[in-house]
Design a binder for this molecule. Structure first.
Ligand code: ATP
Ligand code: MG
Length: 138
């Protein structure tokens, strides 16, 4: 899956009405949408998704935030999808994100940072499989 990545538009961004602008930004950056859904995760589902961060001090906050409202989950396709998408979203902390990145434009804080992007090809596959069956990918 070196040409695929996985993203979520997080609850802060959907609540503020940024969903459309963020999807347009993703398309304008050259990504194709292979799968997409609008879902509200339970705390249990968010906890499972972020299980790798279980030992981090912000885990509880992250799980409650990610289950606080609806998100858009999507699989995106482009050459070098994982690294190119990380460049499009910007640094985890929006205060350190480069100008023009999605987090710089739409995120308020390191915790509520508007969007997720996979950090490796391996995790892109794991995360995509968490949300989507083969019948939901086009
Ligand atoms: P993501 O995985 O969501 O794309 P990331 O890879 O930039 O973000 P990670 O280190 O994987 O950052 O952290 C996952 C998420 O946990 C962050 O996006 C953010 O929402 C939250 N997070 C990370 N660090 C902190 C922190 N110090 N305080 C609060 N929340 C944090
Ligand atoms: Mg991450």
């Amino acid at each position: 899956m070196s040409n695929m990545t996985f993203t979520m538009i997080k609850p802060d961004a959907t609540a503020k009405g940024h969903t459309g602008n963020i999807l347009q930004h993703i398309l304008d950056s050259g990504f194709k949408i292979k799968a997409m859904k609008w879902v509200h995760l339970t705390a249990q589902q968010a906890g499972l998704f972020y299980e790798v961060h279980k030992e981090r001090p912000f885990y509880g906050e992250l799980v409650s935030f990610m289950s606080s409202g609806p998100i858009v989950a999507a699989i995106l396709e482009k050459d070098n999808a994982v690294s190119d998408f990380r460049a499009v979203i910007g640094a985890t902390n929006p205060a350190q994100a480069a100008e023009g990145t999605i987090r710089k434009l739409y995120a308020a804080s390191i915790g509520e940072n508007a969007i997720h992007g996979s950090d490796s090809n391996e995790n892109a596959k794991i995360e995509s499989d968490f949300f989507f069956s083969a019948f939901e990918r086009f």
